[in-house]
Structure formats: structure tokens, C-alpha cells
Design a protein around this ligand. Structure first.
Ligand code: ADP
Length: 429
């Protein structure tokens, strides 16, 4: 216990001033340490924050890695189970990877073909073509080639190889990587061969049939002419001299022979189109039309027909066949006229692209839409027992002529009102 006398006010103030100055001194001495401590605390909280962000990034990376693993598995599955054989080939032509089917095509395992030149699996004649193909791809063009595989111990196998540069791949020392997709076309080739064989057989049998039809229709004319002459002689000489039935029978025979001879004449003109060589040249279709009209003059006058012809163009055609085409269409327009009106026929042509579209329209009896298809088939008549004579060959002749000229023919019609037959012909070579 301080037993000394109480300190005076001045003493106390001096002591306080001394304490203050010592405090300032202390503060000044430790200011640096205090600041360092605060900075340390701030750094610690920064580290915490960074750690937090790193943890978030880490989990995003884990997720991305998981996604990548799934994508890789999916890619591997697709690659290996693809129905197309895939090969990764470097610019020198060496195999770097193949999927299962690719390895199967080369009759080996995916791992054992790595590093082997692709040409060693090709038949020798195909090698230069493949090398060119690869050069073309390495230059940046995707390219397709048909090749014959000849794997060791395996049979020859045709493939189509579609090759392009691998996108997004870093170039190795051997240049860019190429992805080649190989499709086995063995069955397609066999089907093509079979089809070609069948088409050839069909063409041959078609030719035989045509020649047969031509010979038959040609050779039948002579005996038929004889029958016709003798029947007419019989009719002239014995009409009224035998009994009534004999006259009727002779009439039937005369009619039948006339029908038969018309049919044979039409059949002959049909088979001629296929057997005779065409003389295709630039001709005036108006001239061909005039010839057809001259041949039909008597029938047109008898029917009192009004025939209107528009400007006719030059076309690339066989003149005799074009006359026959017009004659069949105009003949039908006269033959199938409406019983209650005079035939009005119009022939016109207009340019459609590289073709001329011709139309022959009439105001005749017309045709029901369901009959349109069969009209152009040989021996198809709409009303075979009707009273209009015919053999059902005329429109088949028209179709054959137009198709042999590379055109098409079709009909538009309304039953009871009239028909329009359209056909196309090439305008220039
Ligand atoms: P054909 O006249 O000898 O019977 P086509 O092949 O020329 O043989 O014609 C086939 C059928 O098409 C004919 O029976 C007829 O019914 C129908 N036809 C053809 N042209 C016309 C036409 N202009 N108007 C109505 N019907 C037609």
C-alpha cells in the first residue's frame, strides 16, 4: 500500500502524459505486426474461398469426365457394332484402327491389322487406284471408290470405300488421318448381274416374239388373201343359187375373213415398229400430219368432220412412224365420233422444255377414266362387241412409236363429251 501522500494534480497529469507517449510508442512499434496479422487473416479467408471454388470445379470436372466416359463407351459401341466396316488410315496408307466389321472384311482381328498397309488387303490391280484415291482424300477431298478386297486366305470381295479426312484430329508425323467406310457390295453385285442377265434374256425373248409376230402376220397375209378371193368368188357365183342358209354362211365367212385380215394388217404394222430400224431426223411434223390426213380424207368427208390444225413444229422423228401416229389418233377421233354431232377435231403443239407437247382433241363419245390405262395395251378394246370395228392395236402402235422416240403418251377424257390424246416428242437432238 502506497502510504505516501496523495499525488498532486500536476504529478498525475505528467504521469498520464508519460503513459500516453509510451502507448503511442508501443502502437508505433507494433503497427507493422498488426497489419501483417490482418493481411494473414485476409489471406486465410481468400484460401477458403479458393478452396470452395476448386471443390466446385472438381465436381464439374468429375461430371464432365463421367459424360466423356459415357460418350466414349457409346462411340466404341457404335464403332464396333456398325454394319459398315471402318478403317482409320494414315496418309501413307497404313492402318491405324479398324472396327469389328472392318477387321472381319479383312479376315483378321482389329488389333492385328494396326500398322499394316491397307493395299496389302487389296487385289494387286486395285492398288494404284487406291493410292490415287488416298492422295485425293489427303488433299482434302472426300472420295468414293469401288475396290476388290483380297484378304490372305479369303475370296475376292467387292466393296465401296467412302473416305474422308478425320475432322478435329491433330496431324501426326505421317500427315492427316483418313476415315474410310467400307460397304460390302457382294450381294448388290450379284443382284445386278442377275438383273442384267434377266434383262438380256427378256430382251432376247421379246425380240424372238416380235420376229415371230412379224413373220406370222406377214406370212398369213398370202393364204388369207387366197381365202378372201375364193370366198368373194363363191359369193358372186353362187349367191341365190344354193339355199338361203348358204348365202348367210358365205356372208359370215366374208365378214370374218375381212376382220381377220384387218387384224393381221394391224399386227404387222405393230411388229414392224420394233423390228425395223428407225430413221430419226429433223422433220416437219406438219408435213407428216398432212400425209395422215390425206390417207383419211374419205373417212373425214364421210363423217363431215371439221379439222382444225394449229402451227406444227419441226421435230426429231421417223417420218413414216409419225404419219402412222397421227393417222391412228385422227382415225380414232373420226371412228369414235358422237352419233349426235359432227366430229370437231383439233391438232395443236406447244413447247415444253426440250420437248413439243402435241394434242389431238375431239368431241366424240369420250372414255371413262377407269379405262385410261388399258387403252394403250395390245388388243384392248373398250367395247369389243360394239358395232365400231377395230382390232385394239392402234393405240398400242401409238404408244410404241412415241416411246421409241423417247416421249410419253396419255389421254384426258370425259365420257360423252370428247377426248384429248397428248404425246411428247423431242424438239432437237
Ligand atoms: P381400236 O380402235 O382398233 O379398237 P385402239 O387401240 O385404236 O383400237 O383403241 C383402243 C380403244 O380405245 C378403242 O377400242 C376405243 O374404245 C378407245 N378409243 C380410242 N380412241 C378413242 C377416241 N378418240 N374416243 C373414244 N374412244 C377411243
Amino acid at each position: 500500500m502506497d502510504m505516501s501522500s496523495p499525488k498532486s494534480r500536476q504529478e498525475l497529469e505528467a504521469e498520464l502524459a508519460c503513459l500516453r507517449s509510451r502507448l503511442h510508442e508501443y502502437e508505433a512499434r507494433h503497427a507493422v505486426e498488426l497489419e501483417t496479422g490482418e493481411a494473414f487473416l485476409r489471406t486465410l479467408s481468400g484460401i477458403d474461398h479458393c478452396q470452395e471454388r476448386l471443390r466446385a470445379k472438381d465436381s464439374a470436372l468429375c461430371e464432365a469426365q463421367h459424360g466423356l466416359q459415357i460418350a466414349l463407351r457409346r462411340y466404341t459401341n457404335l464403332f464396333n457394332h456398325s454394319p459398315i466396316g471402318y478403317f482409320l488410315i494414315d496418309a501413307r496408307g497404313f492402318l491405324r484402327e479398324a472396327n469389328r466389321l472392318g477387321a472381319e472384311l479383312l479376315k483378321t482381328l482389329p488389333e492385328s491389322l494396326v500398322g499394316k498397309p491397307f493395299v496389302s488387303f487389296l487385289e494387286p490391280e486395285a492398288r494404284p487406284a487406291f493410292e490415287l484415291h488416298l492422295q485425293n482424300v489427303a488433299a482434302g477431298n472426300s472420295s468414293q471408290i469401288e475396290l476388290m478386297l483380297k484378304p490372305a486366305g479369303g475370296a475376292l470381295m467387292p466393296i465401296i470405300l467412302q473416305t474422308s479426312l478425320m475432322e478435329g484430329e491433330e496431324e501426326s508425323v505421317f500427315g492427316p488421318l483418313c476415315l474410310a467406310a467400307a460397304l460390302d457390295i457382294q450381294s448388290r453385285k450379284e443382284a445386278e448381274r442377275e438383273l442384267a442377265e434377266r434383262t438380256e434374256q427378256l430382251a432376247r425373248s421379246n425380240e424372238d416374239l416380235e420376229r415371230f409376230a412379224y413373220v406370222i402376220s406377214h406370212d398369213l397375209q398370202e393364204p388369207l388373201r387366197n381365202i378372201s378371193n375364193y370366198v368373194q368368188m363363191l359369193a358372186r357365183r353362187y349367191k341365190g343359187r344354193l339355199d338361203e342358209d348358204a348365202d348367210i354362211f358365205i356372208g359370215f365367212v366374208t365378214e370374218g375373213v375381212a376382220r381377220l385380215s384387218n387384224m393381221i394388217r394391224d399386227l404387222l404394222s405393230f411388229s414392224r415398229i420394233g423390228t425395223q430400224t428407225q430413221k430419226i431426223e429433223m422433220i416437219d411434223s406438219g408435213e407428216a400430219l398432212k400425209d395422215a390426213l390425206a390417207n383419211l380424207e374419205a373417212a373425214a368427208n364421210e363423217a363431215g368432220a371439221e379439222i382444225h390444225i394449229e402451227a406444227m413444229p419441226p421435230v426429231l422423228a421417223d417420218r413414216a412412224q409419225l404419219v402412222s401416229l397421227f393417222q391412228n389418233l385422227l382415225g380414232n377421233a373420226l371412228k369414235y365420233r358422237h352419233p349426235q354431232r359432227k366430229p370437231q377435231i383439233r391438232v395443236a403443239a406447244k413447247a415444253v422444255g426440250k420437248h413439243w407437247l402435241f394434242s389431238v382433241s375431239d368431241n366424240g363419245i369420250g372414255i371413262e377414266a377407269r379405262q385410261f390405262e388399258r387403252l394403250f395395251t395390245l388388243f384392248q378394246r373398250i367395247d369389243p362387241h360394239g358395232n365400231i370395228p377395230g382390232s385394239g392395236i392402234g393405240l398400242a402402235v401409238c404408244k410404241r412409236i412415241v416411246e421409241r422416240h423417247g416421249g410419253a403418251i396419255w389421254v384426258e377424257s370425259t365420257a360423252g363429251q370428247g377426248s384429248i390424246f397428248h404425246f411428247t416428242l423431242e424438239a432437237s437432238p
